[in-house]
Each structure stands twice: as C-alpha cells, then as structure tokens.
Ligand binder design. Structure first.
Ligand SMILES: [Zn+2]
Length: 421
C-alpha cells in the first residue's frame, strides 16, 4: 500500500475522532474543553485509546501532558516530537489545538499501515492548557514540559472554579511539586525537533485558495490584562480644561497605538496590537458623569525580539505622554509575556518539500497567533509549524476546517517522518 492510500484509508477514522472530540466538548453554541478538567481529561483519554490501538507507548508527565511514543530502532537517538493541545476557549470551535494532535496521530497511523520502521522515537504530545483564558496565562502545559513555567503560575486561580493551577493539576493526577523552573518534564533523551500543525486563525489561506502554510515564525507577545487609568469623576457641566477624563485618555491611547500599527504595516514590519477590554465602570459612569476611571487590556505581538521590545517601549511612551497630557495616572498592572518563536529554516524547507511530494500546495506565512511551538523555538529546539486552512477564524463556534485540509497536514507530516525519522 502507498502512503497516499494509507492516508486516504485513515481519513474516515480521523473524521470519527473529530466528531467524538466535538461530542466531548459540546457546549452550545460551540465547544468548551476546560483546561485541567473533565473534558480535557476525556480528550486526552480518547487520544490515549487511539495510541493503544496503534501500539504506541502512553506516558504522562507531572503537568498531565500526554506523550504517545512510537519506539524507534535506536531508542537513544534524538526523538521527533509532534503535537498541540486539546483545551479550548469557552464556546470556541472544535479544531483549535485538537487538529494538531489528530493530524500527528493520523500521520503515525498511516506510516504504521505501510510498514515503516522509524530510526528514532516519534512522540505525539498533547499539551495541557494552551489557552490563556483559564488561568490568565497561556501555553501552560508546554511551558511546564520545558521547565519554563513562571514560578508564580501554580498559584494562579482559574477564573471560574477559583481553584489554583496547582490544585487543578493535582486533581487531574499530576504532581505540581515536580514543576519547577529548569526541570524538564519531556520524555527522557534528546529532542531532535518539534513539529506542530494548527488551524490558521486568520483567512489568509482561504483568500489564497491553498490548504496549508509552512509558518515562517510565531509571534511573541506582551500582555496586560487590566490597565487602569485613574482620572477624576466629574459633573457633565465641567469645562474641558478642568477635566481629568480617563475614558478620553483610553481612547487616545487606542488611536495612538493603531496609528503606530499602521506605520509598521506600511513599513512591512509585521505586528499586531489588540485592545480587548475597553470600558468605564458601568456602575458609576452615567450619561452625565465624566468618567474618572477606565480599564483596558492590551496584547502586543511581533515576530522578532528586538521589534517586540521596541513596541513595548513605544507603548509605555504612549502611556506616559497621554497621562501627562490628560492629567491622569496609568497603572499597567501585571505583565505577561510569551517569547517569539522563529521557525527553523531547514525544517521549513523540508516540510515544504514533503508537502510537495504528497501533492499538497503550501505557501510561507507568519503565524498570526502564538502556539505551543513558540516555547520549543524559544528554548532552542528546532521547530516547524504547519497552518491549516480554516474559515471564520478561531475562538468562536463558527471555526470551520475541512477534514481534507487536516489530512494535507497529516500527509506532510507522514512524508516528512518517512524521509527524516
Ligand atoms: Zn490553539
């Protein structure tokens, strides 16, 4: 049987797996697979049962990440790791994260069907809690696996349950005490590279009519979840020169950052700035009140570290300028950061070659979003990322990926593994 025929035979099983994952997460409208909770556990159990069917070794680390290993002929040789995550945002889609684990498993299944024998171990990983919505910090499982989880993360509380990350990890059978900076939880032995497939969270591939992109890099980000502007509540009759209007200060910051983005765009320097929260206090601020209090969030992202550092400096300059001009005080609050993740040039080339050999068209594309892959790249492990065509974006119930496009990613992984692993 050819690899293409084996992949074609695998497509029905992949569809069934995606349907079962949708059933696990069903939370109309959309899908919710809470991190470190019953639904994420159920998705991990489903992947482990698939691995048992394929004869893979099943292991879990102290952070409850799942590792499904196909032993190679030389068990000491550097392993290839592939994977992504199963958790979702609230009322999100079925494919953000899950597609990557399923594609990697499908590649392994097809290679087993054609009698391939790997030279080194191939491990499919499912990392916990990639989404930042649960604990206000994203990529938690992969950070823990690489020993780069910030030390205070274990004390963070999940927004809805009020339980700490440590309590959630223990509740899933993990060992929070073993999660420490510098303590790698990955399966033992050297890692040759990390490969991830993930749905694209923008419509670039839809626009281009191409099923797959080989990512050029993963943006790092700087985040402040709650920036407080303190001015002074006042009567609507107060003349302009006396006002310390926190809402106008917020608006001025927003437009200044958007102007900065437009300049960077025009200069061809890829970045993004997103203000998600942007509000006065509705309990205090009425139609006749000048708002003396304003809160907003920010996510700044860029593809190389010096550029991101420059953007962060510019952001703080904007805050200082606006604070001085408007007579307000601005407290940026806690800062979170994720490192930039450059994709490995040799892997980019070999993934594109593998796709072409399987008749899959690809284009190079900067990943619009951060992914577990970024942590591997940031810790010096050669990293490759495939982006799968997906309509309607992500983190919403309308997410829409064709299974055929997921199989294009599986075919690319399978051919890459056949040639390289
Ligand atoms: Zn994701």
């Amino acid at each position: 049987m050819s690899l293409a025929a084996a992949l074609a035979a695998e497509a029905l099983r992949v569809q069934a797996l995606l349907d079962r994952l949708a059933a696990i997460g069903a939370d109309p409208p959309g899908i919710t697979r809470h991190a470190f909770d019953a639904r994420e556990n159920a998705a991990h159990a489903l992947a482990a049962s698939e691995a048992a069917r394929l004869g893979l070794e099943v292991a879990r680390d102290a952070a409850c990440n799942l590792y499904l290993t196909w032993p190679g002929a030389d068990r000491a040789a550097p392993r290839t790791l592939l994977g992504s995550h199963f958790d979702s945002v609230r009322h999100g889609g079925n494919f953000d994260g899950a597609a990557g684990v399923v594609a990697a498993l499908a590649a392994v299944a097809a290679l087993r069907a054609v009698g391939f024998v790997p030279r080194a171990d191939i491990t499919v990983a499912a990392f916990r809690c990639e989404e930042a919505v649960w604990f206000g910090l994203g990529l938690i499982g992969s950070r823990a696996a690489l020993g780069i989880l910030p030390p205070d993360a274990l004390d963070r509380r999940r927004a809805d349950t009020g339980l700490t990350l440590a309590e959630h990890i223990a509740g899933c059978g993990g060992d929070p005490g073993a999660i420490r900076p510098g303590a790698r939880l990955l399966p033992p032995g050297p890692v040759r590279c990390f490969l991830e497939a993930h749905i694209e969270q923008a419509p670039s591939l839809i626009e281009a009519g191409v099923p797959l992109a080989v990512a050029t890099g993963i943006p790092g980000n700087i985040r402040h979840a709650a920036i407080r502007i303190a001015g002074e509540d006042a009567h609507v009759g107060l003349p302009r020169r006396f006002r310390r209007d926190a809402a106008l200060a917020g608006a001025e910051i927003f437009t200044a950052l958007d102007a900065m983005w437009a300049e960077e765009d025009a200069a061809g320097r890829a970045m993004a700035v997103t203000i998600g929260r942007f509000h006065t206090d509705p309990a205090r601020h009425e139609i006749t009140v000048v708002a003396g209090d304003f809160t907003f969030s920010i996510d700044l992202r860029a593809y190389d570290a010096p550029h991101l550092a420059w953007l962060e400096r510019r952001f703080h300059e904007v805050l200082d300028e606006v604070a001085a001009r408007r007579g307000v005080a601005i407290d940026p609050g806690p800062r979170n950061a994720a490192p930039v993740g450059p994709c490995d040039a040799a892997l980019r080339a070999s993934l594109a070659t593998a796709a072409a050999r399987m008749g899959v068209a690809t284009l190079p594309l900067g990943s619009p979003a951060s992914h577990d892959a970024a942590n591997f790249a940031a810790t010096g492990i050669p990293t490759g990322l495939l982006l799968i065509r997906n309509a309607n974006g992500s983190h919403n119930p309308r997410e829409a990926m064709d299974t055929a496009d997921l199989m294009a990613a599986a075919a690319t992984f399978a051919e890459w593994l056949r040639a390289e692993a």
